[in-house]
Design a binder for this molecule. Structure first.
Ligand SMILES: [Fe+2]
Length: 413
């Protein structure tokens, strides 16, 4: 086989496996749940069924290869999602949306057509389509998390957390040095990952572990707001998992909003890490305190590709594991779970890196969110696909959006 054929087969395999994943997530829905809206600030689930294919179709066929539309109404209806401020819910009715069988034939026709065309699309465009779908696999997981249990098919064994208690929560010293943010030009990344640049980071201390439910419980007992993922029943707290509710797992990371994380930090007399501090703790090599660029590693654990022993990511679990569950994923400094088991909030507002340029095929991807109202998250959650665990990848959310699998840790200067 020629190199080009090998490359195109590898690309088709990535597309097929991303489709298989989103098909699988949809298969967890009971049919009657398709038109429900589990999160008020997002579309009904039915939108995403059309959006995944319509996005690929609009991007690859219509915008890139100039193929005429066979269904302009659906192309437009399913083009973009929504992100209104919390509390400003959409007001459409289930009957405003097309029937599922109509959408399925639209989707099938798109997949068939794109499979014939994909080789003609530039690699960057194909990567955008694949990662867009994988990001939505994660978004769909949040949405499904908020559906009543009887509206989804159970897909995992019951949650089983240990009852031991972690005895110490060390703060680890990170020496002053450089952090490289962003993606090298020539490698794939979304617009907000460019340009690559270095930041000088003064010395600081950071928590070895993500803040646990047990630690956060002390804050709640002192009057802090309980997180969205907690439910209270007869004086006891429970974790509302994807498929079942269990007594609060004290050693698992607490999932919170940015506002809750910041309030906890204030209560504890510490702060949230900045984006450069996160990079320094995750990727610098402690063996080189003078840290040149060459001393930074692509993953907290080093150069090896992500695998299940390094952390809780890539859809092996739906829910978080204990904060000390993956010592093989520790950074060079010994900081645990910087990637996986929950995104990590930073103190940094989402904005452009120096040299930022929007991409002509998706100008609003990042730019629409440079509004001082979104914060950067780094790392990854149990349902973040492995390809998006790269060092330069940035995620962002509003500070009061409570549904994401977002954890945090603390720093002190
Ligand atoms: Fe989308």
């Amino acid at each position: 086989m020629s190199t080009a054929m090998v490359a195109s087969r590898a690309l088709q395999e990535r597309i097929d496996s991303a489709r298989k994943l989103t098909d699988y997530v949809f298969s967890l829905l009971r049919p009657e749940a398709l038109y429900s809206r589990p999160i008020p600030e997002r579309h009904r689930l039915v939108f995403y069924l059309g959006h995944l294919e319509a996005f690929d179709w609009n991007l690859i066929a219509r915008k890139t290869l100039d193929v005429p539309s066979f269904h302009p109404t659906f192309d437009k209806l399913f083009e973009f999602g929504i992100d209104p401020p919390v509390g400003q819910a959409a007001s459409d009715e289930p009957s405003d949306w097309p029937r599922a069988d109509e959408m399925r034939s639209y989707n099938q026709r798109i997949r068939r057509t794109l499979d014939q065309l994909i080789e003609q699309a530039p690699e960057e465009i194909a990567n955008v389509a694949i990662e867009h779908r994988l990001m939505h696999a994660e978004t769909l997981a949040y949405l499904l998390h908020n559906l009543p249990y009887d509206q989804k098919a159970s897909a995992s064994t019951p949650l089983n957390y240990s009852s031991r208690t972690l005895s110490s929560f060390p703060m680890i010293e990170i020496t002053a040095g450089l952090a490289t943010l962003g993606q090298r030009s020539g490698s794939f990344g979304w617009d907000n990952e460019f340009a690559e640049h270095q930041v000088d980071v003064p010395a600081f201390r950071i928590s070895k572990y993500k803040i646990t439910n047990g630690q956060y419980l002390d804050f709640v007992r002192a009057g802090g707001a309980p997180p969205h993922f907690w439910k209270r029943s007869r004086d006891k707290w429970f974790y509302h998992g994807m498929f079942s509710e269990v007594p609060l797992p004290l050693n698992a990371p607490v999932y919170v909003t940015h506002a809750e994380a910041a309030a906890y930090a204030g209560w504890a007399g510490k702060s949230l890490p900045t984006e450069p501090q996160f990079h320094r703790a995750a990727y610098a090599s402690s063996a080189a305190p003078e840290a040149s660029n060459a001393r930074e590693r692509p993953f907290p654990w080093g150069h090896a590709e992500p695998s299940a022993k390094r952390g809780n990511f890539d859809f092996h679990q739906w829910d978080p594991l204990d904060v000390d569950a993956h010592p093989a994923g520790d950074s060079a400094w010994g900081v645990s779970q910087l990637v996986g088991n929950g995104w990590e909030w930073t103190a940094t507002k989402f904005g452009p890196f120096p040299g930022f340029e929007p991409r002509p095929f998706y100008p609003g991807y990042s730019q629409n969110f440079f509004d001082e109202e979104h914060y950067v998250m780094k790392g990854g959650s149990p349902v973040t696909a492995a390809c998006m665990l790269r060092r330069s990848f940035r995620n962002w959310f509003r500070p009061n959006y409570p549904y994401v699998y977002a954890s945090f840790r603390l720093v002190e200067d």
